[in-house]
Design a protein around this ligand. Sequence first.
Ligand SMILES: [Zn+2]
Length: 303
Amino acid sequence: MEARQRMESNIVLAIDIGGTTVKGSVFADGSELSPELAAPTFEGSLGAFDAVLAVVSDLARTAHAHGYEPTAIGVGTPGLVDAPFGLVRYAANLKWTDFPLASRLEEHFSLPTTIDHDARTAARAEMALRPALRDFVFIPIGTGISAAIVTAGRTVTGARGQAGELGHVTTIPDGRACSCGRLGCLETYASARAVLSGYVEAGGTANSAADVARLVGKDPLADQAWSTAVNALATGITTLTAIFDPAEIVIGGGLSAAGPVLLNPLRDEVRGLLGWRDAPAISASRAGPRAGLLGAALLGNTP
Ligand SMILES: [Zn+2]
């Protein structure tokens, strides 16, 4: 058992916090020890941190059962994240304000803990899979929309760790009301939630944005909801391109599963809007739904 511990230098308990589930897995020098674990983010009166504690405890047990002593915890979390201070400044869905997530986990498990915004965490996984990717923007599209901006291989965090709030860029002045209190934000038109609600409000019947994606080309109401989302996203991507000149835009999150139904019209639209210069390539995430967890594992690695 001790020989294995000496051979493996990074035994990371990796956590990906989402609005509905907390996912976790143990990585020994980048290899996953066992299938991922998950717990509901909210159960009864328990808060999101209770779910995180439960999953990390289970992961520590899994590591021990394999004969390994964990060396670090890596966490991807939504919200406004001040990574160097280990703080979640604000996460509406998790009900956290100035929450010292890293130090709370360090106290509990006596393990060095690194946290980062979930989009930036997922972008790390993309970079690990594609080392040539040095200038790109990773845009996860799910319930909301955010962005991880990577330039010359470095993630742009901003002065307060709050860079990349693409979902709250005004796309339609005086448009739909957003949860941030303003009008016309990108995510009120192009998030998975917005695609579904746009379609249902127009009179369609569907349970998810994936349902709407499947109806594109067959149902004019679905076409309308979809093109509204694509137009809004294209505007956001055009703005990002003008400022950061990325080689590629990588779309992640649930909506990326729509594949060509999303990517083809988006490429056309962005190319049309950027007639005056080269458009970036637009692709779907390689790491897919596991990008957050794979990136969290990388956070805990020491060279
Ligand atoms: Zn907003």
